[in-house]
Design a protein. Structure first.
Ligand code: SF4
Length: 174
């Protein structure tokens, strides 16, 4: 079952990287994607989900993806070939989630990530850099936009931070 059509288009984004224009990819859907959304809400790295609209925003690797009933949108590509590759990658991911739907418990609740400061308060605040960020606050900022995963902080695995780790997981799970 194919979800996305081949006739996607690029639209120039307002941002440029070193004066080079960037584009967002707009991909019309073959099918209504609404039915997929609760399954994605259960397994994807979700930034935002509103079942009323409906719209879901999640991360596919480093890319931010927004799905509406008949439209998928991805941020920041440089050219049409890159757009094609990301379209294929997204199609494959949606097909995989749909194929596994029997084993996934769908999540119908709305979801939004907490603000960075709320996350930061529960982080170890050692600024050790092991997560790849210079500070815990920078890591918190990435968690609040879905760009990072909590598992990247090894310090949280230490016993003294176990409770904070559990609270953070619950906070990010919504
Ligand atoms: S690894 Fe954890 S404790 Fe270290 S800077 Fe990153 S978030 Fe902070």
């Amino acid at each position: 079952m194919a979800f996305l059509r081949d006739d996607f288009r690029l639209e120039q984004a307002s941002c440029k990287v070193e004066s080079v224009p960037r584009y967002k990819i707009l991909i019309p859907a073959e099918e209504d994607l609404s039915e997929l959304m609760p399954y994605l809400n259960a397994v994807a790295r979700v930034v935002f989900y509103d079942p009323e609209e409906p719209v879901i925003v999640f991360r596919l690797d480093e890319k931010k993806v927004a799905l509406r009933p008949f439209l998928a949108q991805l941020a920041e590509v440089g050219n049409i070939e890159e757009g094609r590759l990301w379209r294929e990658k997204l199609e494959k991911y949606l097909e995989e989630v749909w194929a596994r739907r029997e084993e996934i418990s769908p999540r119908h609740q709305p979801r939004t990530l907490p603000p960075a400061l709320e996350i930061y308060k529960l982080l170890p605040q050692t600024n050790c850099g092991q997560c790849g960020e210079a500070t815990c606050l920078a890591f918190a900022a990435k968690l609040s936009t879905g760009e990072a995963d909590l598992s990247a902080c090894p310090v949280l695995k230490e016993e003294k931070f176990a409770e904070a780790g559990k609270k953070l997981s619950a906070l990010l799970e919504g």
